[in-house]
Design a protein around this ligand. Structure first.
Ligand code: FAD
Ligand code: NAD
Length: 395
């Protein structure tokens, strides 16, 4: 009997939690575990709106994977996955091939641009350390260049989509842009920050009272909302919205939604917007040995609607898959995945946030403190108190 090979693709929330739970419970020689990730660090996606705006250093937003896992127990492979071949039980990397007995696909998502002309080419998106560095630098460059050429469209910043990502990002930008204006000696009244949302409300589906609070707070901080107005096209000079209206801007950040990682569809898994409707054990239909978790998976909740893709569900899925893999290897009973919703906390920039926790609404400063606790708690889960302190997260 050879030792079963487990390959985990992606070291985000879902992948790290899978790896950590496997290494905690697997005994020597029970399985060979390999974790593949594009970078040698794990980034805290739920915090990326801050380094994107420049309100938190990116160094506080990632940690080396070798500090999070035990490399005596898990083989870490820093590489790009280029294809998944479920029929051959193989994964193709940019520099080699891996074969597996069990595969955990935890590759996160890709931006969903709905085929909007020019969006892929001209808009930024908030999805990795490299992408947020590019956004932060681009924003600062606009202030520098404005001082040289006086082009006022450089001072317009458009965020397409007012879901949680869009709202959290404009919250940070509303803090950051006045600072940059001061730093570069630019009249702050010339700076425009636009958040454009196609749905009839910002944060569609969220508690209406908190949506109103969020919009009022952000409006006071200088955000111009365009609600019920879809972004129709994007080019290097701005966006076309609604019935052909233009917002001229040199910076467009697309936060209009995400889909599953393209490698999932490329591998031939049946997918909806790139996400695979997994079974209650988080397996891809028809594939007993392939688990898909995190933003690449789709699960319908008890109310008949898909659970939103969040770090919260990704983490719980990672833990469940690890437990079930161990049970499978040991010939024990596996358990169905059950999501336990701990609530939602969304920041609105410095000292401001909205939250629903255990059916209770929280807003303002207390919600902002709660957000800090949630962020720190995650670091504690993956890296203990050492990581919390290293990243400077004391209240
Ligand atoms: P990810 O965390 O994206 O990880 C995927 C990993 O796979 C990455 O490490 C990536 O580098 C790697 N990878 C991708 N492609 C390849 C490849 N080809 N080869 C090798 N490696 C690859 N959710 C919450 O629950 N609470 C929040 O407060 C919250 N805030 C958010 C704020 C922002 C600004 C954003 C953008 C999202 C937020 N979310 C939040 C959503 C949450 O971040 C995602 O749902 C979560 O990151 C999904 O985890 P994942 O493991 O599926 O993917
Ligand atoms: P999303 O899909 O939740 O929101 C995208 C928004 O863009 C929607 O409101 C949609 O109506 C809008 N949109 C789509 N097309 C548009 C168009 N053409 N013009 C204008 N607006 C358009 O995506 P997201 O905000 O990136 O969130 C992704 C996931 O991550 C969600 O599940 C979310 O719950 C989660 N998340 C959670 C938090 C938090 O809990 N604090 C923060 C960020 C993200």
């Amino acid at each position: 009997n050879s030792i079963p090979k487990i390959v985990i693709l992606g070291a985000g929330y879902a992948g790290i939690l899978t790896a950590q739970n496997l290494q905690k419970k697997l005994k020597n020689n029970e399985a060979d575990v390999t974790l593949v990730n594009r970078h040698d660090y794990h980034y805290f996606t739920t915090e990326l709106h801050m380094p994107a705006a420049g309100t938190q250093p990116d160094t506080k937003t990632y940690e080396k994977i070798s500090n999070l896992i035990d490399e005596f127990k898990i083989d870490l492979v820093k590489s790009n996955v280029t294809a998944i071949k479920p029929e051959e039980r193989q994964v193709v990397l940019e520099d080699g091939t891996l074969s597996y007995d069990y595969l955990v696909i935890a590759l996160g998502g890709d931006p969903e641009t709905f085929g909007i002309p020019g969006m892929k080419e001209h808009a930024f998106s908030i999805r990795s350390i490299n992408s947020v560095r590019a956004i932060r630098e681009h924003i600062e460059t606009q202030f520098k260049e404005f001082k040289k050429d006086g082009d006022e469209t450089r001072l317009n910043f458009v965020v397409g989509g007012a879901g949680f990502t869009g709202i959290e990002f404009v919250g940070e930008l509303a803090n950051r842009l006045p600072e940059l204006a001061k730093q570069y000696g630019v009249d702050p009244s010339k700076v425009g920050l636009f958040n454009v949302e196609a749905a009839p409300s910002a944060l569609p589906g969220f508690d209406p009272e908190l949506v109103t609070y969020a919009m009022d707070t952000l409006t006071k901080k200088g955000v111009t909302f365009r609600i019920g107005v879809p972004v129709k096209a994007c080019d290097e000079n701005g966006v076309t919205v609604g019935e052909g209206e233009r917002i001229e801007a040199k910076t467009v950040v697309w936060t209009g939604g995400i889909r599953g990682n393209h490698l999932i569809e490329d591998a031939g898994f049946e997918a909806m917007r790139g996400r695979v409707k997994v079974d209650e054990f988080l397996k891809a239909p028809g594939h007993e040995n392939v688990f898909i978790i995190g933003d690449g998976s789709l699960m319908i909740g008890p109310e008949g609607r898909p659970y939103p893709p969040t770090a919260q569900i990704a983490m719980q899925q990672g833990e469940r898959v690890a437990k079930n893999l161990i049970a499978t290897i040991r010939g024990q009973q596996t358990e169905k995945f059950a999501f336990s919703n701990k609530g939602t906390v969304a920041s609105l920039g410095k000292g401001e946030a909205v939250a629903v926790v255990a059916g209770k609404k929280i807003k303002g400063w207390p919600a902002a403190q709660l957000k800090k606790v949630v962020d720190a708690r995650y670091l504690f889960i993956i890296g203990g108190m050492g990581l919390v302190l290293k990243k400077g997260r004391f209240l």
